[in-house]
Design a binder for this molecule. Sequence first.
Ligand code: ZN
Ligand code: MN
Length: 463
Amino acid sequence: MIGLEIHVQLKTRTKMFCRCANGWGDEPNTRTCPVCLAHPGTLPVPNRQAIEWTIKLGLALGCEIAPRAVFHRKHYVYPDLAKSYQLSQYDEPLCTGGSFVVPGAEGEREIGIVRAHLEEDAAKTIHVGGAAGRIAGADYSLVDFNRGGVPLVEIVTQPDVRSPDEARRFLQLLRQTVVELGISDAEMEKGSLRCDANVSVREVGETGFRTKTELKNMNSFKFVSDGIAAELERQASIYERGDDVVQQTLHYDPSSGEVAPLRSKEYADDYRYFPEPDLVPVEPARELVERLRNEIPEPPGGRIRRLEPDVGFSLASELVSAGRDPLLAPITAHGVDPKAAANFLMNDYTGDGTAAPDPALIAETIKKRRELPPDVYRQAAEAASVGNATAVAELLEQTAITDTGELDRLIDQVVAENESQVAAYRGGKQGVLGFLVGQVMKKTQGKADPRRVNELLRERLDT
Ligand code: ZN
Ligand code: MN
């Protein structure tokens, strides 16, 4: 039984409650002011854009948007929190009760969304001298307040996720949704998308839930699924030897593949939540909510289902998770088979959004693939990915030597020059064939299809 808790940093121009720039990678402690450093007497002013974007994300997750939402103070003492409380939302969040569809190879899975609320990020602590940047064993810690006060949406799912792989696919589709909404970079390596997981196990047929543990901050899609898998196994083995799982917060260490306790679990009461007296409740106008609802793009789940008949589930899922599915139809419109187009987009496409790809050039490149030497094909794929028509035209002219007469002549030469290898091959040493193919390819300066050369050489030597 897996429930996920995801934090998404919004890419608003300024922070959640002050005018400081919201940026990544600046000199430490240069994006601060009396508000986000919690000087006495300062007052928070909420960021309108952040509220609108949270509503938008809530709508994309099928949530109800509350007519009245309240910011609460969540208290804890830590060096990354100058006020000693985080402005967050408690029992009156902006978005509640949604669901998000994750298609699987065997049908749809609907993951319930408990809530999505808006809060401010804490500052970043950097531990120096300890192992792998961890606090344990560190000599000292530094705090960078540039991140302190950046708007953060927290999304909490129901414990509906049933496998580590499903957790990974949920997260990939959620990330793609957030990116398409244009509200966050959602990059796990940079920490603008963070994922925790609540994990418990039970017997097949058992109802109700056993004690859960919380896995913290797994910072890649792979670590999320690996971390959950390790924890599921740990809990199962605890029950199998007759012990009980203890509710606690755990850290997954990808280098050892093991989970280790961070601290015993805290409860809501420990935070002494109370309504922020310096802010009025947020009451989004219904017209605003309806306007934002109209700006929501088609959710990824439906797009995967629509592509599945043409390219199969796993390619459809990969295409949509990578946000490359909109390019598929424009390429197939130029007479390319959907599977070939999908494979190109996942394996050979190199566009990164800096220049527009050209579907017609991509289609031409795919069609000529078999006639091109592999290196030339790769260069053409790259040029088509960024719409460089001149380069593609030049490259597509460099077709491979397909004239069998020409190849036969070169094969004659290679066979004559490498008598001992030819004898070894005929004596049963299959591996030598690769060497001989290489010799022919060298004579063509790489301008032949190695698969064709391989066929012709086999024909020659096997008879
Ligand atoms: Zn500030
Ligand atoms: Mn949070």
